[in-house]
Design a protein around this ligand. Structure first.
Ligand code: NAG
Ligand code: NAG
Ligand code: NAG
Length: 309
């Protein structure tokens, strides 16, 4: 369902939205507006902007002057969207029935929950395999399921059903696995992150587990969210090739160097715990909007169809 992304204005410290455009994704719009409403009174210039609340970015890499659209994720080198912190820091999808029927939002609560579960499952108590559960939102993920079939003693990876599940082909002809909540991931010593439709929402969650995160990144088409560039490979996570050809060697390296692996896991958790708090997300939003407003060469004013939020 192609729909026009919602457009917003902040005029004299108040937030307005073109009300015709949040029908499909009302929870996502609310999730974004939570932060826009906090930033609005602190804006010294009026501003207008377009927020893409769908999963996929909208601005292709072209030599032409790009349209300024904000999206939660993009692939470097392929898209020129301006990145904003996803709606799900507050509320909105992805939704998984029945474990996340209202979406995985509420980062404040989820962070606390993950940190508590991480304490209950210290490194010494985690299962010594690399774990993945997710749906086939990208064929790139096939690599991890296939690896698990070939090396079950090292990898435990299965597809779950997604909302668009049609046939067994969507789970590589295997029985769809039950959903596993994000806190349950913390029981495993190594956790694998792979892109889905866009960057995977799970990354910030699984990093908090205190498990070593193996994160598939390709330097030429890196799917990312706004905070990824602040993280360092081999410090906060272990980078993997998207085809996972290096995954077995790297996992064996981690198993052979448990003190090192444990420290990497702790650094990853510490990074998210200390630098991706709700206040950090709100701060990013405010700076984003202030910088964006300074780029406007005209004064944004109200027109028809804009309603106060
Ligand atoms: C609001 O959205 C409608 C439908 O997409 C569009 O035609 C209209 O120009 C928008 N109005 C403003 C003020 O952006
Ligand atoms: C998170 O908690 C802080 C402090 O209580 C609160 O100000 C903020 O609005 C909360 N964020 C969300 C997304 O609910
Ligand atoms: C370790 O794992 C067991 C079984 O999953 C659990 O009951 C226990 O509370 C865990 N935590 C610690 C600190 O041993």
């Amino acid at each position: 369902t192609a729909s026009t992304p919602p457009s917003y204005k902040i005029i004299d410290g108040k937030l307005y939205r073109n009300s015709s455009e949040c029908r499909h994704f009302s929870a996502r719009c609310s999730g974004v507006e939570h932060y826009l409403l906090r930033a609005a009174p602190r804006m010294s210039r009026n501003v207008e902007f377009v927020i893409n609340v769908a999963d996929y970015p909208l601005v292709p890499e072209t030599p032409l002057r790009p349209a300024p659209v904000m999206s939660f994720s993009k692939s470097d080198g392929r898209h020129r969207d301006v990145l904003y912190p996803t709606w799900s820091f507050s509320q909105g999808g992805p939704c998984l029935h029945p474990i996340y029927s209202n979406g995985i939002g509420d980062w404040n609560g989820t962070r606390q929950q993950l940190l508590a579960v991480a304490q209950a499952h210290p490194w010494s108590n985690k299962t010594d395999v690399a774990f993945f559960r997710g749906s086939r939102t990208s064929q790139e993920r096939d690599a991890v399921v296939l690896l698990s079939l070939a090396k079950p003693e090292l990898f435990d990876a299965r597809y779950t059903k997604n909302q668009a599940y049609k046939s067994a082909a969507d789970t590589l002809n295997l029985e769809p696995a039950p959903y596993v909540s994000l806190p349950e991931h913390c029981k495993y010593r190594y956790l694998i992150n792979m892109r889905g439709v866009a960057a995977s929402f799970r990354l910030r969650h699984i990093l908090l587990c205190g498990s070593a995160v193996l994160h598939a990144v390709d330097k030429n088409s890196n799917w990312r969210e706004f905070f990824y560039p602040a993280m360092r490979p081999w410090i906060h996570y272990v980078p993997l090739l998207p085809n996972l050809r290096d995954a077995e060697d790297k996992l064996l390296f981690l198993r052979a160097n448990p003190d090192w692996a444990k420290r990497l896991a702790a650094e990853g958790a510490h990074f998210i715990d200390k630098h991706l708090r709700d206040s950090d997300v709100a701060c990013y939003w405010l700076r984003l909007l202030r910088r964006f407003s300074r780029l406007l060469s005209y004064d944004a004013t109200l027109r028809d169809n804009m309603r106060p939020v």
